[in-house]
Design a protein around this ligand. Structure first.
Ligand code: ADP
Length: 270
């Protein structure tokens, strides 16, 4: 059995420079899904609580897809937030989180400046392969947002055979792309640090501002032709931009334009 260093709360606290996010960190050895756990505990835990697990036995992606989360090899974390904003703004938090992950990795190693791309709306790519993903979920009480959980999965030190067979062509890790075994604790701390500042900006300014600029600059899809997948239908479109709410602005084959909100849509690149 390969040994790995487990999360150290003491060293994590050393690197965190925030007021709210990460003031409470819950470290788990194993859990079905950190997002599910955060949702189960959303009423009793404070805003900013971070859930970390060494492994997830039923990690989830969007639309009920599975997220492979082997023991000790990645960052499987969820952040519990309680923003007083309307439910239609919640998907924008995926853009905020993608920007935070991007800044965190770039702050740790400049190789990520050129390597890291964000595939709208929620995938973190290194080169052409997926190294991470974000899953934003919310809990409502009537029309009011009660809690939001931002899940972040990042493949840190997975080697090829740590991935299920069917993922090996499309998935990668920080280790596979750079040859470096990064300290998960420092990456987690930097994600928390950048997430707090971008989240606060989003709340006070009421728009995506800096997060949008980061996601535009790092976009894997702007200027490219992609396939839009929606309930079994496929359509080729050209991606023109990200709109000011993080939506995808596309041009259809007939020349018309439209804006797409992440919801049920997936995209594939040629
Ligand atoms: P999509 O990118 O297809 O819209 P999601 O963003 O929800 O979907 O991510 C889930 C998908 O990511 C899974 O269906 C699988 O193909 C892939 N996947 C699962 N686990 C991992 C992982 N650890 N690293 C990279 N890709 C993964």
């Amino acid at each position: 059995m390969e040994k790995h260093a487990e999360f150290s709360l003491v060293s994590l606290k050393k690197y965190i420079r925030t007021q709210k996010i990460g003031s409470n960190v819950i470290c788990l050895k194993t859990i079905d899904s950190t997002n599910s756990e955060a949702k189960r505990r959303s009423l009793e835990e404070a805003e900013g609580t971070v859930f970390l697990s060494e492994q997830q036995t039923a990690g989830r992606g969007r639309l009920g897809r599975e997220w492979a989360s082997p023991d000790g090899k990645g960052i499987w974390m969820s952040v519990l937030l309680k923003p007083a904003i309307s439910p239609d703004k919640i998907p924008q938090l995926t853009t905020v989180a993608a920007a935070a992950v991007s800044l965190a990795l770039e702050s740790i190693d400049t190789v990520f400046d050129t390597m890291l791309r964000i595939k709208w709306p929620n995938d973190i790519l290194l080169g052409a392969k997926k190294a991470g993903g974000i899953l934003t979920e919310m809990q409502m009480c009537g029309d009011i947002v009660q809690a939001v959980v931002i899940g972040i999965g990042l493949n840190v030190s997975l080697k090829e055979n740590d991935f299920p067979h069917q993922l090996r062509q499309q998935a990668t890790s920080l280790l596979l792309e750079t040859g470096v075994s990064y300290d998960r604790v420092i990456i987690i701390a930097q994600i928390i640090n950048f997430l707090e500042s971008l989240y606060q900006e989003f709340l006070t300014e009421g728009d995506l501002g800096r997060s949008l600029a980061i996601c535009r600059k790092r976009s894997a899809v702007i200027g490219r032709k992609v396939q839009l997948l929606h309930q079994g239908n496929k359509e080729e479109v050209e991606v023109l931009d990200l709109g000011c709410q993080g939506e995808l602005v596309v041009k259809h084959a007939d020349g018309t334009r439209s804006s797409i909100i992440s919801g049920e849509i997936s995209i594939r690149m040629e």
